[in-house]
Structure formats: C-alpha cells, structure tokens
Design a binder for this molecule. Structure first.
Ligand code: ADE
Ligand code: ZN
Length: 347
C-alpha cells in the first residue's frame, strides 16, 4: 500500500525489517498467552476436565462482544495453571514467540489473585515465572521486568493482602498494575493501596480508557500516579487530556488486535493509534492477550500496517517508544537504541 502524505508518497515498512527492529512488549498478560493446545495439555497434566471437546471447539468460543465476555473465558482458562511447572511452561512458550518476532525486552503482567483464590501460592507463581524469565534470557537474550497486577473487580482490601503476600518477592517485580473489568471500578477505588505500592519504591501503571471513560485516565495519573497508561485509547474524548499526555510524554501501551476483538473499535482501519502517533504521543504497540486475540507482537504491527499504513519512520518511532517507555536499565536501553538507529539509517 502507498501512503499519501502531503505531496509525498511513502511506502509501508517491509515485514522482515519490522521483525528485525528491536522492540519491547510492555502490555502482556501471561495468563493471556495460554494457547488452547497448552490449555488442553495442562488440563490433562492436572486431571482437569475442560468444558470443550477439542482445541477447535475452544478456539471457536473466542467470540467476544466486550471485555467482560473475554474475561469470563480468560479466568476459566487460567484454572489449568496449578504448579510451578505450569507457570514455567506458559512463560517460556511466550518468550519463544517473542524471540521469533524480534522482541528484545518484555514487561509481562501476572494476576496473582486469580491463582491465590484457588489456593495456588504466590511462591509457586513467582518461582515458575521467574525461572522461565531467566531461561528466556539465557536462550534468547530477552531481558524482562515483571509487573504484578491487581484485579479491579475485587476490593481494595484484597489488593492490600495481595501486596503483603508479594513482599518476600519484592526484588523480583518492578511495578504494580491494575486490570480486569474497568467500567464501574475507577482508579480512585485503589488510591490507598497504590500509595503503599509507591512507598515500597515500586512503579505504578494501570489499565485505563480501554472501555472506561477518559476521566479514568486522568484519575490514574492524578490519584494512582501511574507512569504509563495501559490502553488509553479513549483519551481522544477529552482534548485537554490528549494535550497533557503529549506534553508530559506519558506512554500509552496500546493493543490494536485486542481493541478490535473486544469491540473498542469496530475494525482496524478505525483504530486511532496512528493518529495519536502523528500527534506526537508516546504510543506503543502490544499484544495484551495474544492467545485469545489472534496474534503476538509482530502480528499487531502487521495488522496496523495493513489496515492503516505504517512507514518505516513510523515503525521505528513505535519501536523507539517501546524501548524508551520501558523500565529496562540505561545501558541495555542505549545498546538497543543504537541498533535501532542503525537499522533506521539503512536504505
Ligand atoms: N486482563 C487481561 N486482559 C485484559 C484487558 N484487555 N483489559 C483488562 N483486563 C485484562
Ligand atoms: Zn491488558
């Protein structure tokens, strides 16, 4: 596709160059990487009967009218995760896909409350995930920073207990997030627990402006003092907020395939990510729950490119945003940025 830009015509970036650009994934739920094949394998390992006859029947059920439709299946699926080995296998399978897509750094979320509610201990979850992150670094050189996420449909007291349970693992995660059913669960519900999070020296991030209103984005910034907004695409409903996000260069971790599958946008060509990028917002592309939404990180880039158009310069800017918005150390950042600039210069 040729992109018309004023007088100039620009062509879309090539797939292999997109793959080669060093990229970070900043919005990814480990439980959302549970492919149907692995779900069946873990169900068998743990002697659980799934309410589907086959992998195909399960995949066929992945038709969602909204976020809650998806979350119902997502929490049901997560029930097959029972042992340290299960969390290890889940995480390592995700990292193997990252290696294929040119992802050099990941900051995955996990939802401990989904598992502690089933008597799966915090230790079991951390051990399995951390061992896989180490293995992924050894095998593919992928660096990582883990993010613990609170479920916003549960109470703030439950989040406080979860934070307490995670304290022995404090050195092994860098930030705390907020996910699950957004509407009716505003950031202000979690203001006190996020005060505790930041007092521990952890960074704060939150899902906001996915299905919820633009005001939830402002609340996440003002009350939870988040340093990134997960999704945030509904910011365009408040022009003042858009200006603020641009001025303060607050990163948005946008998930294009997720937004289409959950009907935030009716089709990819309606997605606002490239408009936000052109306005100078620090937007990034991510896969959210790739096993449920039809694609990993590179698939998300390609879907946007094919539906809206993405020049090489725009793809490089998206990759650059993902690196600079990450929590990676400055030496690693410098190395990836210099590789990215090299690729940007090549004809
Ligand atoms: N948990 C997993 N994926 C999510 C999403 N897209 N929004 C809110 N909570 C989630
Ligand atoms: Zn998400």
């Amino acid at each position: 596709m040729l992109l018309l830009c004023g007088e100039m015509t620009m062509s879309n970036i090539d797939t292999e160059l997109l793959r080669a650009l060093p990229k970070a994934e900043l919005h990814l739920h480990l439980e959302g990487t549970l492919e149907p094949e692995l779900m069946f394998a873990l169900a068998e390992r743990n002697e659980i009967t799934l309410p589907y006859d086959s992998v195909e029947a399960l995949r066929d059920a992945y038709e969602f009218g909204n976020l809650q439709d998806f979350l119902n299946l997502y929490y049901q699926g997560a029930a097959v995760l029972q042992s340290e080995e299960d969390f290890y296998d889940l995480t390592l399978a995700y990292l193997a896909r990252c290696a294929e897509d040119g992802v050099v750094h990941v900051e995955p979320f996990f939802d401990p409350q989904t598992h502690t509610a089933r008597a799966i201990t915090m230790a079991c979850q951390f051990r399995g995930i951390l061992r896989a992150l180490e293995e992924g670094h050894k095998r593919w050189g992928i660096t990582s920073r883990l993010i613990l996420s609170f479920l916003r449909h549960l109470s703030e007291e439950d989040a406080v207990v979860t934070l307490q349970q995670a304290l022995p693992w404090r050195e092994h995660f860098v930030a705390v997030g907020l996910d699950s059913s957004e509407k009716g669960n505003p950031p202000e519900k979690f203001q006190r627990v996020f005060d505790q999070v930041r007092a521990l020296g952890l960074k704060a991030v939150a899902h906001a402006g996915e299905e919820g209103p633009a005001d939830y984005i402002a609340q996440a910034l003002d009350l939870l003092k988040v340093v990134r907004i997960d999704h945030g695409v509904r910011c365009t409903e408040d022009e003042q907020l858009v200006k603020r996000l641009i001025d303060q260069q607050i990163p948005l971790t946008v998930c294009p395939l997720s937004n289409v599958r959950l009907k935030v946008f009716s089709q990819m060509s309606d997605h606002n990510i490239m408009q936000l990028l052109k306005r100078g917002m620090c937007v990034t592309i991510n896969s959210d729950d790739p096993a449920y939404f039809g694609g990993y990180l590179l698939d998300n880039f390609l879907a946007v490119r094919d539906a809206i158009g993405m020049s090489k310069a725009e793809a490089v800017q998206l990759a650059r945003n993902s690196l600079t918005a990450s929590f990676m150390d400055s030496e690693t950042l410098t190395q990836h940025l210099s590789r990215l600039e090299q690729l940007a210069q090549q004809g």
